[in-house]
Design a protein around this ligand. Structure first.
Ligand code: ADP
Length: 262
């Protein structure tokens, strides 16, 4: 540096660099503030969505507990009805809080552990207990071995959400198709269920979004599964997309580079 100063170039280089550095720092600072603002907004929305969703089961539990206290000891039918309602709403709250916690945790990028793993093996491990639990057909198609860099636990969790939805909403055979195309791994979960109307597709990954409230009441959904799936896909550096035709079926596709460096 001194040599440069003696040659009369030091001040000039340093000054330019100083300006560039300041400019870069300002940009980085602005980015950081934007990110903080976005995080804050996200957190605020998260808390208000969560409390809104939790309010319904709490209100039902409260009113049925009052009814139980007032009339349940004299009337067995009322007691039964109240206990059933309280139980089902308590289960709903348990599911909601577990999913909300998962959603909050999936935001933290530090929680991801990437390593070289066999995607076929991960798929088999995810599907095996589902076949046993539901007796439904889950077919895996594609190569016997497919190596890629990922977090196996998170990918398993993501696959589970998509496979479980395909099972819940289609009642038929579900296919998991594994492919590698020019360094990109693609995992498609396909079903021949009712399909999703085009107007709903853009909102599908929003928290608490459900396509058909009646159908969901029947299946007891929370509308959090796909929001969580999207968060996990983001954390894995994967794209999550959906194609669906009403009356034909739905395909959810996860795609990510087999090598994170490339
Ligand atoms: P939920 O807990 O309601 O299943 P999700 O976020 O997992 O919440 O899904 C959001 C909505 O998307 C569901 O309520 C359902 O209407 C629709 N959906 C998701 N997967 C499928 C599928 N494979 N076929 C048809 N509809 C689906």
């Amino acid at each position: 540096m001194r040599d440069n100063r003696e040659k009369g170039t030091y001040e000039k280089i340093d000054e330019t660099r100083g300006k560039d550095e300041l400019h870069e720092m300002t940009l980085a600072y602005n980015d950081m503030m934007d990110q903080l603002g976005r995080n804050y907004e996200k957190q605020e929305r998260f808390v208000s969505d969560a409390s809104h969703e939790l309010k319904t089961p709490i209100t039902v539990i409260e009113s049925y507990s009052r009814l139980l206290k007032r009339r349940g000891f004299d009337d067995r039918n009322i007691a039964n009805e109240a206990v059933d309602a309280i139980l089902s709403q308590a289960v709903r709250m348990k599911d909601l809080t577990a999913q909300l916690l998962d959603l909050a945790r999936s935001d933290q990028s530090a929680a991801y552990n990437f390593r070289q793993a066999d995607i076929r093996g991960i798929s088999e491990e995810t599907v095996r207990p589902m076949r046993q639990a539901y007796g439904q057909e889950f077919a895996i198609e594609g190569p016997d071995k497919l190596l890629a860099e990922t977090d196996p636990d998170k990918l398993r969790q993501l696959l589970f959400i998509l496979l479980d939805n395909a099972r819940k909403y289609s009642d038929g055979a579900v296919r998991l198709i594994l492919e590698e195309k020019e360094g990109l791994i693609e995992l498609s979960v396909a079903d021949h269920g009712p399909g999703i109307p085009e107007a709903d597709l853009p909102h599908l990954f929003d928290r608490f979004y459900r396509v058909d409230s009646d159908r969901n009441r029947k299946t007891g959904g929370t509308g959090l599964g796909l929001a969580l799936a999207k968060e996990i896909a983001d954390g894995l550096g994967a794209e999550l997309s959906v194609e669906s035709v009403v009356g034909i079926g739905t395909v959810f596709r996860i795609s990510f580079p087999s090598n994170r460096q490339s």
